[in-house]
Design a protein around this ligand. Structure first.
Ligand code: PGA
Length: 261
């Protein structure tokens, strides 16, 4: 891990946990957490919208600075957009993070690179109570097998950051999540993950300069667990993890947090 970048371990709960289940999981995380870990690693959980406030309240009550993040957001602040949730709504709940452009949203809900870019701009517009975007990129198995994955991810990063200033780009996190590794148990090797995370930093340096690129955290995601977190996090351009399945069990999530210490 790069010394200048504080690692981030973020749990992506996806569409799991009713309110009762979410509160139990948050409480288990809190009960097994040492507050001083947060001096070395940033930690967040991203529950479904309906669980955001209850999970936030668990950590707030315990005075534990584990951040809470949303899994998605709409770019308009309010209006006739049935079913959508806006940035001010997330701000009101106390969200510190928001996942943007997860591959499941791109695949199942038709999110485009342009949508991702609008969401990034909406999140970056007001920095007074900031919600930092966790921008997900990553190639499919067919792109991986064609060998064009670096160019594919480069294009996704450029599209997500289009029109963003370097001054606020540094607040963003990029998560490299190869689709073939998500929920499959088929983790990218540390070398495969490092190759693309380093390439993402090259793209960021081209867009914003080396200093800003060196301050932006690049996470790996895709079947990361307590068994493989160590070697993935040891890579120089991997600054943390976006954890799906393994974030649903407090003990596993805690072990991954400890691997980042
Ligand atoms: P996984 O999911 O850890 O279950 O592979 C990661 C993600 O999709 O963010």
């Amino acid at each position: 891990m790069h010394m200048a970048r504080k690692p981030l371990i973020a749990g992506n709960w996806k569409m799991n946990n009713t309110i009762g289940e979410a509160v139990v999981l948050a409480q288990e995380i809190s009960n097994n957490f040492e507050k001083d870990w947060l001096e070395t690693v940033d930690v967040a959980v991203c529950p479904p919208y309906t669980d955001l406030k209850p999970v936030y309240s668990v950590f707030e009550f315990d005075k534990l600075k584990v951040g809470v993040g949303a899994q998605n957001v709409f770019w308009e602040p309010s209006g006739a957009y049935t079913g959508e949730i806006s940035v001010p709504m997330l701000t009101g709940i106390g969200c510190a993070w928001c996942i943007v452009g997860h591959s499941e949203r791109r695949q199942h809900f038709g999110e485009t690179n342009e949508d991702v870019n609008k969401k990034v701009h909406a999140l970056l517009a007001d920095r007074t109570r900031p919600i930092d975007p966790i921008i997900c990129v990553g190639e499919s198995l067919s792109v991986r097998e064609e060998g064009t994955y670096v160019a594919f991810v480069d294009a996704q990063v450029r599209a997500a950051f289009a029109g963003v200033d370097a001054g606020v780009a540094k607040d963003c996190v990029v998560a490299y999540e190869p689709i073939w590794a998500i929920g499959t148990g088929r983790t990218a090797t540390p070398e495969q993950a490092q190759e693309v995370c380093a390439a993402i930093r090259v793209t960021l340096a081209d867009l914003f300069g080396q200093e800003t690129a060196d301050s932006i955290r690049v996470l790996y995601g895709g079947s990361m667990n307590e068994g493989n977190a160590d070697t993935l996090l040891a890579q120089p351009d991997i600054d943390g993890g976006l954890i799906g399945g393994a974030s649903l069990k407090a003990a596993s999530f805690i072990q991954i947090v400890k691997a980042a210490l």
